[in-house]
Ligand binder design. Structure first.
Ligand SMILES: Nc1ncnc2c1ncn2[C@@H]1O[C@H](COP(=O)(O)OP(=O)(O)OP(=O)(O)O)[C@@H](O)[C@H]1O
Ligand SMILES: C[C@@](O)(CCOP(=O)(O)O)CC(=O)O
Length: 194
């Protein structure tokens, strides 16, 4: 099925264990699955990588250690695909999306932003999720050379974002920080329904 032209696209990025999935899941819960969907650029990547390498796709999607074991190889494999076609995973991930609000939970590279900004210039907004190394460490993150200092983690460090969400214990509640985004998304969905 062809995708429906979205009214709003929220492109989320952030370092490992900053809480991208946690924050985007919260937005989905607030807006509901009629209004919004979560799209993962790493979804089609993990699916094809699992197929080609005889791995468990659902374990690669989960937050546990399995995906970390295979992360470096997945990055290298994905970068090879992107060199031939930078929009490859963006196109696959958005295929068939029907909701008016798309949440992309894992933008990592300038080429990801460029693809959405080119295809959907008026709808695309960028959101950064950040957390201190101490907090990320508490969620299981450990610095890994070749991953945490490479493009997959650092490619968007110099970008400008429309919103920056700080996902730490002693910062304003996430609900409060997400108020403007939720409001904009509801408005966009309203336009879609009217
Ligand atoms: N505000 C929070 N309160 C409680 N737990 C949280 C919070 N934010 C994140 N977590 C937990 O921390 C862990 C990492 O979060 P999450 O998977 O959302 O990060 P991520 O940025 O998507 O990570 P990665 O890119 O490494 O997959 C998860 O177990 C998640 O439930
Ligand atoms: C291989 C890769 O897609 C893994 C992303 O996994 P996750 O978003 O951390 O669940 C990262 C990348 O594209 O470089």
């Amino acid at each position: 099925m062809a995708s429906v032209d979205p009214k709003l696209i929220l492109l989320f990025s952030g370092k490992r264990k900053s809480g991208k999935d946690y924050v985007t899941d919260l937005i989905l819960k607030r807006l509901g699955s009629e209004i919004c969907c979560i799209l993962r650029l790493s979804g089609p990547l993990k699916q094809q990588f699992a197929q080609e390498h005889g791995l468990d796709y659902s374990e690669l999607l989960a937050a546990g250690g399995y995906k970390e074991t295979h992360r470096a190889a997945m990055i290298a494999w994905g970068e090879q695909c992107r060199r031939q076609d930078p929009g490859f995973f963006c196109r696959l991930a958005t295929q068939g999306a029907q909701q008016p609000v798309w949440i992309v939970s894992d933008a990592r590279r300038c080429s990801d932003l460029l693809w959405f900004r080119t295809e959907y210039p008026s709808q695309t907004r960028c959101v950064r999720v950040q957390a201190s190394e101490e907090t990320r460490g508490g969620r299981g993150w450990r610095f890994t050379a070749g991953i945490d200092d490479a493009e997959s983690e650092c490619g968007l460090d110099g970008e400008e974002f429309d919103w920056i969400i700080t996902n730490e214990a002693d910062t304003p509640a996430l609900e409060e920080q997400l108020k403007d985004i939720l409001h904009l998304a509801s408005q966009a969905a309203g336009q879609h329904n009217s």
